[in-house]
Design a protein around this ligand. Structure first.
Ligand code: FAD
Length: 648
């Protein structure tokens, strides 16, 4: 068993990152020009890393699926980005952000990484302001803050409901400057199909040109994956349609351990599913919970009438409404973390109090906020979100409460990385949502953008340099060696196989079936029996896929069905690992909720004695069981206790 070395630097928690930077190896400017780096992904993590590494002087090649880096999934982020600036003077600090993040993640994240994240959070805001990111400001000119779940302070910086877009434009301008200088070479409409290893180190990638269909080889001294999350394994999610787990999965199959695959975030405020032919779910940002109050009818009879369309929520009297989050969690109320809010919504709907025609929805009501602040204030804060809701649901949320329900949103699991964000394949680094991240078993709202930009602007430029310092005598790689040859051949064979099946089921129909298995058994509530069933069902579905899928079209040229089939083939394997990981973890923590392990009040019940570790899985072959490696988590700077959102 390879020993997992997380390479946490010595020293007190507040000094670790400073110590690391003080002692790391550097590459002199003349040598940086001799070194090539591949960055896969142009979202906030990849875009920021590529721009920063190029600014340092390395030769960077950057790849993305979309026709422009600006279309990475990060553009969808709505609500905001956290930082411990304490501008509102409400008691925030680096320590408090660190504390809230570790607690929010249910004590399943690595302390040293989380502290570093909190520490550099303030630099991110300065960097983005310098780039011209138009964060919301107060009348006096100071940057404005709002609140997100799991915190009692306001530390979320935002640009209306379009924070991701504005941050991505900032990263894109930094990247464009480097493209113009020639230090970054941009490859759009390319999908990474595999990693190329030479003598055990990551030395390149094989990509498919999505326009011509041709396979291309690219070599480098190091590879960074910043390819986002794998929430689309569930078919329906809030993720962009092209979000996929392929790059991380290929890395796993080449030897990079995959950590905590079952840690999935289910976001409480999404527009409920409304039909069988839906392929996408829409998020209503968590920021809405600043002013919106969540409730369901107290009486089941009212809920039933609402479901049948016989009663409007505006006609339900105040005393007949159950503001269940405020009732159950007086201290945090509507701002409890996402896992807690999602489970509470499910509990009310399962008990028969849900609304909407399916009974699988709860209300998010702005009536009180509009009465208190005026419609214009609410419109200024959330106007674009209200407009989006009205377009999709055809109801005016200023007049009738929004209907929301939990949906798959974010994946805390991902490639296992050490403190340097390096995977178990030397020279393969992973950043942003693609790594197993700093969020433990549950991510707090507005912390993904913070982590992506922290990794990209402030961590990887140092840690990758530390690795590259002993690569200066390694010449540029040619791509005609046997390793590139063989890896390209493997990719070609998979593509040919998929096209040759000519079965009777569409890729989407099989993906949807996988999604149902995942949602029913590996979703919001899990249990041993369901997880075992899921593993068997996924294995059967996978066999059927490889015998019965229909992938029309050619390999040479644009072929969206082929692109989807390649991604679903990965999901069909990754889904099984997620179920295995959930089955292994005989406890409930954060987003991982096992029916068998809950307190009398229905809260997640951890088992710290046996499960206080990150589960890192090692691939052992196509039909072999993966091996589990455990990274023990040690908490020296925070007291580990049962999460409590009832009192401050
Ligand atoms: C609707 C929505 C709203 C959100 N709002 C917030 C918010 O307000 N605050 C917050 O903190 N977080 C939010 N999040 C989460 C956050 O947006 C994401 O976690 C984050 O943007 C991920 O950034 P990333 O750089 O890791 O990956 P992404 O932005 O997903 O970028 C992935 C990149 O990798 C490329 N790529 C992927 N696979 C391949 C491949 N095989 N080959 C080549 N290229 C590849 C893609 O083309 C893309 O460029 C939200 C998420 C959603 C879904």
């Amino acid at each position: 068993m390879t020993k997992l070395d997380s390479k946490i630097p010595a020293g007190s928690i507040a000094e670790k990152w400073t110590n690391y930077k003080a002692h790391q190896n550097l590459v002199n400017p003349a040598n940086k020009r001799k070194i090539d780096v591949i960055v896969v992904g142009t979202g906030l993590a990849g875009g920021a890393a590529a721009a920063s590494l190029a600014e340092l002087g390395f030769n960077v090649k950057v790849f993305c699926i979309q026709d422009s880096p600006r279309r990475a999934h990060s553009i969808a982020a709505q609500g905001g980005i956290n930082a411990a600036k304490n501008y509102p003077n409400d008691g925030d600090s680096v320590y408090r952000l660190f504390y809230d993040t570790v607690k929010g993640g249910d004590y399943r994240a690595r302390e040293a990484n989380v502290y570093r994240l909190a520490e550099v959070s303030n630099n991110i805001i300065d960097q983005c302001v310098a780039q011209g990111v138009p964060f919301a400001r107060e009348y006096g000119g100071l940057l404005d803050n709002r609140s997100f779940g799991g915190a009692l302070v306001s530390r979320t910086f935002y640009a209306r409901g379009q924070t991701g877009q504005q941050l991505l434009l900032g990263a894109y301008s930094a990247l464009s400057k480097e493209i113009n200088k020639g230090t970054v070479k941009l490859f759009t409409r390319r999908e990474m199909m595999d990693i190329v290893k030479i003598d055990g180190k990551a030395r390149g990638i094989i990509v498919r040109n999505l326009v011509t269909g041709k396979l291309e080889r690219h070599g480098a001294h190091a590879v960074l994956l910043a390819t986002g999350g794998y929430g689309n394994v569930f078919f329906l999610s809030t993720n962009a349609m092209t979000s996929n787990g392929g790059a991380a999965w290929k890395a796993y199959k080449r030897g990079a351990y995959f950590a905590n695959p079952s840690y999935v975030q289910i976001h409480p405020t999404c527009i409920p599913v409304h039909g069988d032919y839906q392929s996408k779910l829409t998020l209503m940002s968590e920021s809405l919970r600043n002013d919106g109050r969540i409730w369901v009818p107290k009486k089941k009879s009212d809920a039933e009438k609402v479901q049948k369309g016989e009663l409007s929520p505006v006609n339900i009297a105040e005393e007949d409404r159950d503001y269940y989050l405020e009732r159950r969690y007086p201290a945090f109320g509507n701002l409890v973390p996402r896992d807690v809010a999602s489970r509470a919504a499910k509990e009310r709907c399962d008990a028969g109090h849900g609304v909407g025609n399916t009974g699988l929805a709860v209300y998010l009501d702005f009536k009180d906020a509009i009465n208190r602040l005026g419609k214009n204030v609410i419109e200024a804060r959330y106007g674009n979100l209200f407009q989006m809701y009205e377009k999709i649901v055809d109801e005016n949320p200023y007049e009738t409460p929004m209907m929301i329900y939990p949906a798959i949103h974010y994946t805390m699991g991902g490639t296992w990385v050490d403190y340097e964000l390096q995977s178990t394949i030397p020279g393969l680094f992973v950043g942003g949502e693609a790594n197993f991240s700093d969020h433990g078993a549950n991510r707090l709202g507005a912390s993904a953008l913070m982590q992506g930009l922290s990794d990209g602007y402030f961590v990887l430029p140092y840690t990758m340099q530390n690795y590259l310092a002993d690569q200066i005598t390694v010449p540029h790689f040619t791509t005609d060696g046997p390793e590139f040859e063989q890896t390209e051949k493997d990719v070609q064979e998979t593509i040919d196989k998929l096209l040759s099946i000519k079965g009777k089921h569409t890729v989407d129909s099989m993906h949807k079936r996988l999604g149902h298995i995942m949602w029913d058994n590996v979703g919001m509530a899990r249990n041993k029996e369901g997880l075992e069933k899921a593993i068997t069902e996924i294995q059967t579905l996978r066999k059927e896929f490889w015998n019965q899928v229909s992938v029309p079209g050619e390999k040479n040229g644009m072929n969206i069905e082929l692109e989807k089939a390649l991604r679903v083939a990965d999901f069909l394997e990754l889904g099984e690992l997620m179920a295995r990981d959930a089955l292994n973890r005989n406890e409930s923590c954060g987003g991982h909720f096992r029916d068998e392990y809950k307190t009398e009040e229905g809260e997640a019940m951890r088992d710290d004695e046996n499960y206080m570790y990150a589960a890192a899985w090692e691939y052992k072959g196509q039909d072999a069981e993966p091996t589990l490696h455990k990274e023990e988590l040690v908490y020296e700077n925070i007291e580990v206790k049962q999460r409590n959102y009832k009192t401050a």
